[in-house]
Ligand binder design. Structure first.
Ligand code: FAD
Ligand code: UDP
Length: 371
């Protein structure tokens, strides 16, 4: 039986560890933070599950993944319906008939489509090549200016012209009066929070977990002591940035408990103007239909910032320059495939959602164990 080291107790690392232990392998998990669960970590404050690293809504159309994650928690029926606040004007998201009606007074899908057609004519039929062009071609110039440009440029610290089109295609555009942010078949929030999912995955006699341990403090020894290593940290850091640094986007979360019963009436409110320095405010109790302290609530302001050494690298910046550099790192990684598997958002430098991380980890398991 091979001895495994998993670097990072996030969702990828935990899924791999759980599956390896299920097959009788011994697994050591090391995690540099002082807790498990990576970015899906939640903590209870006054009966409210606080999402410590930003709003996390589980959504998927992959039935296998949905059944899989339901082994570890029971999910509520939460449906994400964020609202956008543009200088005090409130719009429904994602872009749907409610948004179009509020903005233009249109009532039928046909009227909304013709308004968008008229506005996208500024592109002169050009195939969208960046986020700005993609947004205008999907929803027209008014929505781009009010609900997309300011938010996007704050979030990514770059002009929307320099960002890849796929980022805005994450959001549905719908010609129905439906404020569900996702098109997926399954959606919810685990009752009792996300941390329990990872804790249950790691709760096996064959798995031992050490937190506050950084792989890079003893990289050579770890590589010598273990047969196989699953690495879910930053791929460029693993190779000591030898080909140059990949770019990441970081965030600063400002979380506070306030003596108010209901602060904003919704779990997520996006501030889409360019002047407000934060992108969104989360009011955590609304993920669980207001459950938790009466007369108290917990809110988090999310401030985007450029990643620098020492910050958490929350998002890969998947523009063409970084993707090309990642490809070169991936070639180095392939040469180490005998020893190391690179997985997860940072190991694969990919803007993965939770369900995609689970699917990717299960796929890695299949390959690793020849199934
Ligand atoms: P991580 O959770 O980052 O885990 C990697 C772990 O490795 C971390 O704990 C890190 O500390 C550890 N590590 C790194 N380097 C080292 C080292 N050198 N030594 C030891 N340990 C190390 N997904 C959704 O599906 N729905 C959402 O609503 C959603 N919202 C999100 C909101 C925000 C603000 C962010 C940032 C992400 C969101 N996601 C969402 C994505 C989701 O968080 C990820 O898909 C998932 O958590 C990735 O899991 P992972 O294991 O790849 O990475
Ligand atoms: N976006 C926007 N306005 C919004 C919400 C999102 O322009 O009100 C854009 C922005 O570029 C963002 C992208 O859509 O980065 C994807 O949004 P999502 O909510 O998926 O971002 P995440 O939750 O992953 O940060």
């Amino acid at each position: 039986m091979a001895k495994y080291l998993v670097v990072g107790a996030g969702l990828f690392g935990a899924t791999f560890a759980y599956e390896a232990a299920k097959r009788g392998h011994e697994v050591k998990v090391i995690e540099k933070r002082d807790h498990v669960a990576g970015n899906i970590y939640t903590k209870e404050v006054d009966g409210i599950q606080v999402h410590q690293y930003g709003a996390h809504i589980f959504h998927t159309s992959n039935k296998t993944v949905w059944n899989y994650v339901n082994q570890f928690a029971e999910f509520n029926r939460y449906t994400n319906s964020p609202v956008a606040n543009f200088n005090g004007e409130i719009y429904n998201l994602p872009f749907n008939m409610n948004t179009f009606n509020k903005l233009w007074g249109v009532v039928t899908p046909e009227q909304a489509k013709s308004k968008i057609e008229e506005q996208k004519s500024v592109l002169h039929g050009k195939r969208p090549e960046n986020l700005e062009e993609q947004a205008i071609s999907l929803v027209g110039t008014d929505i781009y200016e009010k609900l997309i440009k300011g938010y996007t440029e704050k979030q990514w610290g770059r002009s929307a012209k320099e960002l890849p089109a796929f980022i805005i295609r994450r959001l549905p555009v719908r010609f129905t009066y439906d404020n569900n942010y996702f098109n997926d078949s399954y959606q919810g929030i685990p009752m009792g929070g996300y941390t329990q999912i990872v804790e249950k995955m790691l709760d096996n006699d064959l798995i031992s977990v050490s937190t506050s341990v950084d792989f890079f403090a003893d990289k050579d020894k770890y590589l010598k002591d273990y047969d196989r290593v699953v690495f879910t940290g930053m791929i460029d850091q693993y190779f000591d940035y030898c080909l140059g640094e990949l770019e990441y986007r970081s965030l600063r979360f400002e979380t506070k408990e306030i003596d108010v019963d209901n602060f904003q009436g919704n779990a997520v409110v996006n501030y889409t103007d360019s002047k407000t320095p934060y992108t969104r405010i989360i009011e955590h109790k609304h993920f669980d239909f207001g459950k938790g302290g009466k007369g108290k609530t917990v809110i988090t302001h999310e401030y985007p910032k450029e990643w620098k050494h020492g910050d958490e690298p929350y998002y890969p910046v998947n523009n063409s320059k970084n993707n090309a550099l990642y490809k070169s790192y991936k070639e180095l990684a392939d040469k180490e495939a005998e020893k190391v598997i690179f997985g997860g958002r940072l190991g694969q430098y990919r803007y993965y959602n939770m369900d995609q991380v689970i699917a990717a980890a299960l796929n890695t398991v299949k390959i690793e164990f020849g199934e």
